[in-house]
Every structure is written in structure tokens, then in C-alpha cells.
Design a protein around this ligand. Structure first.
Ligand SMILES: [Zn+2]
Length: 98
């Protein structure tokens, strides 16, 4: 019998300050990346992808990074620098859950 499953690891990329769409305050958000792997007999073997998220440090709102913001967070992961944004972050995210 083969025992398989998934394991997600969360890494913090950095802090981003902007106005939260839920608590309407200018607060610091944490940019995180979640990396998934397929496990076989509890050993993580095959990478299955990355998910980029933004979490409000005040109210805990979790947003999925999409489009331009996802590209910016990939850049932040590579270089440690956040590129200048062209618009508010809230326009480029979707509510994912809390
Ligand atoms: Zn908030």
C-alpha cells in the first residue's frame, strides 16, 4: 500500500505597508509564500507549486496575490526588494479566506 499526501510549507517574504480593505487602517501586511510538495510515505518528494498570499497583521485578513502582485512577490522572493507598485494592492488581490 502506498501512503501519499501533500505538505505545504509557509515562508515569510517581508512586510508591506498599505491600507487594509477590511479594517480600513494603514497597517503592515506580511507577504508569504506557501510551497507544496507531494509526499510519499511522509517524505516530501515532488514540488507541486507555490501560492502567494498577503496577510493583514492587524485583522488577519488573508488575500491571494494575483496578476501583477504575484509577479512582484516572486521578485521580492528572488531579490529581497519590492518593486514600485503601479496601483493599490487591494485592486490586485482576491479574498481567499480567513
Ligand atoms: Zn486588516
Amino acid at each position: 500500500m502506498l501512503i501519499w499526501g501533500f505538505r505545504w510549507k509557509t515562508l515569510s517574504l517581508g512586510q508591506i505597508a498599505y491600507i487594509c480593505s477590511q479594517c480600513s487602517r494603514s497597517t503592515v501586511h506580511t507577504a508569504i509564500v506557501e510551497r507544496g510538495r507531494l509526499t510519499i510515505f511522509f517524505i516530501p518528494l515532488i514540488p507541486i507549486g507555490s501560492r502567494y498570499r498577503i496577510v493583514c497583521n492587524l485583522c488577519g485578513l488573508r488575500l491571494r496575490a494575483a496578476g501583477d502582485l504575484e509577479e512582484q512577490l516572486r521578485g521580492l522572493e528572488r531579490t529581497g526588494q519590492l518593486e514600485p507598485r503601479t496601483g493599490p494592492i487591494a485592486d490586485k488581490t482576491g479574498v481567499w479566506g480567513r
